[in-house]
Design a protein around this ligand. Structure first.
Ligand code: NAD
Ligand code: UGA
Length: 450
C-alpha cells in the first residue's frame, strides 16, 4: 500500500510541491500542515484565493483539494497518520548571535524536528525539503533517534523549482535529487521517495546521492545561478562605460554550448528569498571550515548584487541633474521577478528605500505585489501604491521599470509620455521595452549594460 505523506510548512515550497505530488499520486493521501492559521484558511478558501500566486497552481489545487490533498493546522494528527514526513519550513538568514547575517536560522527547523519526535508513532521517513546547511540531517537524526532504535530515516530532497514557473518546473523537472544514508535502511527509504516522483518523472532524471552531497548540491546550485547573474551584471557596467551592448554580449557568450544561454540576463540584480540567503549560508560554511578564500569568492557575488541595485539610483541621479528631491519617480513592478507576487529581497525594495532617502515621491505599481509592497515598506514616508500604471505615471519625472511583467511593453507609452513631467525619463532595468520607439515618442531612455 502506498504510504501517506505529510508536509510541514504550507509556503511557496510546501503548497505547490505537495499539490503536484498529490495530483500525480492519486492513491496517496497528502496533508499539508502549518502553524499559520491564516495561510491554511487561504489554502482551504472556497473561492481559491490561495496565499501565493503561481501560474497554474489554482487549477492543480482545484483538481485535488478535498480528494487526496488536504490543508490543516492539525500537525499532531497529520504526523500520526502519515509515514513520510516532508519538512518545508522557512530557513531564513540568522539575524542574531553567532553567524548573524550569514548562517541559517534553524529554530523553525529544530522545532519541527521536535514536533515530529513528539507526535510520531512508529517509524517514519523524514525528508528535508527546505534548503539547509550541510550536515543538518545529522542534527535532525540526533533529535529524532536519540532514544530509539533508528525509528526515523532522514533524507534530503531539496527543491529546485523557481517561482513564477513552479508548476511547470515541478511537472517537468531537469532533475529530482534524493540523498540519504548509504546503509540498508537509508537505501530503502530513498527507494520509497523515488517511487513518489517516478509516477511522472523519468527514472533517469531522479538522481540519488549521499545525504551530505544532496544538502550541499542545493546550496551550490543556487550559488552557481546567482554567480552567473552577478557575472553578467559586472559585464553590464563595463558595457555602459565602453559602448558595448550587454544583451549582444550575453547572446554570443550563451551560444557557446559549454556556457549556455540561461541566467545571462543583466538586470537590477537578483532578488527572491533564496539566492542571497543560500550564498550567505555557503559563505558561512566556508568560513566555519577555515576556507576563507572560498568564502570571499562567494561573498563577492553578493557584493556585486548590492552594487548593482545601488547603481540604479546613482545613474538616476546623474541623469536627473544630480537632485531627486521632491521629484516623482514611478516604479513599474515591485515583485522580484515577473509572474509572482513575492517581494522577498526584491531589488525594487532597495531602490524604493534609497529613493525615499533622496526625498523622492515614489509611486509603486505592480499587478500582483502591491499588498506585499505596502507591508514591506510600511513606515516609509512618501510612497504611493497605485494599481493603475497610467495613474502611477501621472506627473512623474521618471519611470523605473523594475520587474519584467509581460504586459509592460504593450502599455500605451504615448499616453504615459503625455501624463509625465518633462523631460520624461524611462530607466528600463530589465531591457524589455523598445527603446527606439520610446525615444521617438520623446522619452530619454536608460538601460542596463547599454
Ligand atoms: P515560506 O515562508 O513561504 O513557508 C514556510 C512555512 O513554514 C510558513 O508558512 C511557516 O508558517 C511554516 N512553519 C514554520 N515553522 C513551522 C512549524 N514549526 N510547524 C509548521 N509550520 C511551520 O517559505 P518557502 O519559500 O516555502 O521556503 C521554505 C524552504 O524551501 C526554505 O528553506 C527555502 O530555502 C526552500 N526553497 C524555497 C523555494 C521557493 O521558491 N520559495 C525554492 C526552493 C527551496
Ligand atoms: C531560484 C532558482 O532558480 C531555483 O532553482 C531555486 O529552487 C530557487 O531559487 C530557490 O531555492 O528558492 P527563484 O529565486 O524563484 O529561483 O527565481 P529565479 O528565476 O532563479 O530568479 C532569481 C532572481 O534572479 C530574480 O530576481 C531574477 O530576476 C534574477 N535573474 C535571473 C536575473 O537577473 N537574470 C537572469 O538571467 C536570471
Amino acid at each position: 500500500m502506498n504510504k501517506n505523506i505529510v508536509c510541514i510548512g504550507a509556503g511557496y515550497i510546501g503548497g505547490p510541491t505537495m499539490a503536484v505530488i498529490a495530483k500525480m499520486n492519486p492513491d496517496r493521501k497528502v496533508i499539508v500542515v502549518d502553524i499559520n492559521k491564516d495561510r491554511i484558511a487561504a489554502w482551504n478558501s472556497a473561492d481559491y484565493s490561495l496565499p501565493i500566486y503561481e501560474p497554474g497552481l489554482v487549477d492543480v489545487v482545484k483538481e485535488v483539494r478535498g480528494k487526496n490533498l488536504f490543508f490543516s493546522t492539525d500537525i499532531e494528527g497529520a504526523v500520526k497518520e502519515c509515514d513520510i514526513v516532508f519538512v518545508g519550513v522557512n530557513t531564513p538568514t540568522k539575524m542574531f548571535g553567532r553567524g548573524a547575517g550569514r548562517a541559517s536560522d534553524l529554530q523553525y527547523w529544530e522545532k519541527t524536528a521536535r514536533s515530529i519526535k513528539e507526535y510520531a508513532q512508529g517509524s517514519k521517513i523524514v525528508v528535508e525539503k527546505s534548503t539547509l546547511p550541510v550536515r543538518t540531517a545529522a542534527a535532525m537524526d540526533a533529535i529524532l533517534n536519540h532514544d530509539a532504535d533508528r525509528k526515523f530515516t532522514v533524507l534530503s530532497n531539496p527543491e529546485f523549482l523557481a517561482e513564477g514557473t513552479a508548476i511547470k518546473d515541478l511537472l517537468e523537472p531537469d532533475r529530482v535529487l534524493i540523498g540519504g544514508p548509504q546503509d540498508e535502511a537509508g537505501l530503502k527509504a530513498i527507494a520509497e521517495v523515488v517511487d513518489i516522483y517516478a509516477t511522472w518523472v523519468p527514472r533517469e532524471k531522479i538522481l540519488t546521492t549521499n545525504v551530505w552531497s544532496a544538502e550541499l548540491t542545493k546550496l551550490a546550485a543556487n550559488a552557481f545561478l546567482a554567480q552567473r547573474v552577478s557575472s553578467i551584471n559586472a559585464i553590464a557596467g563595463l558595457c555602459e562605460a565602453t559602448g558595448a551592448d550587454v544583451d549582444e554580449v550575453a547572446r554570443v557568450i550563451g551560444a557557446d554550448r559549454r556556457i549556455g544561454p540561461k541566467f545571462l540576463k543583466a538586470g537590477p540584480g537578483f532578488g527572491g528569498s533564496c539566492f542571497k540567503k543560500d550564498v550567505l549560508n555557503l559563505v558561512y560554511l566556508c568560513e566555519s571550515f577555515g576556507l576563507h578564500t572560498a568564502a570571499e569568492y562567494w561573498m563577492s557575488v553578493i557584493k556585486m548584487n548590492d552594487h548593482q541595485q545601488e547603481r540604479i539610483v546613482t545613474r538616476l541621479l546623474e541623469a536627473m541633474f544630480n537632485t531627486l528631491a521632491n521629484k516623482k519617480i514611478a516604479l513599474f513592478g515591485f515583485a522580484f521577478k515577473a509572474d509572482t507576487g513575492d517581494t522577498r529581497e526584491t531589488p525594487a525594495g532597495t531602490v524604493a528605500r534609497l529613493l525615499a532617502e533622496e526625498h523622492v515621491r515614489v509611486a509603486i505599481t505592480d499587478p500582483k505585489a502591491l499588498d506585499n509592497a505596502r507591508r514591506d515598506l510600511s513606515g516609509l514616508k512618501g510612497i504611493e501604491y497605485e494599481p493603475d500604471e497610467y495613474a502611477a505615471a501621472e506627473g512623474a519625472d521618471a519611470i523605473v521599470l523594475m520587474t519584467d511583467w509581460c504586459h509592460y511593453p504593450a502599455l500605451d507609452w504615448i499616453r504615459i509620455y503625455g501624463v509625465m513631467r518633462k523631460p520624461a525619463l524611462v530607466y528600463d532595468t530589465r531591457n524589455c521595452l523598445d527603446a527606439v520607439t520610446l525615444r521617438k515618442i520623446g522619452f530619454k531612455v536608460l538601460n542596463v549594460g547599454k
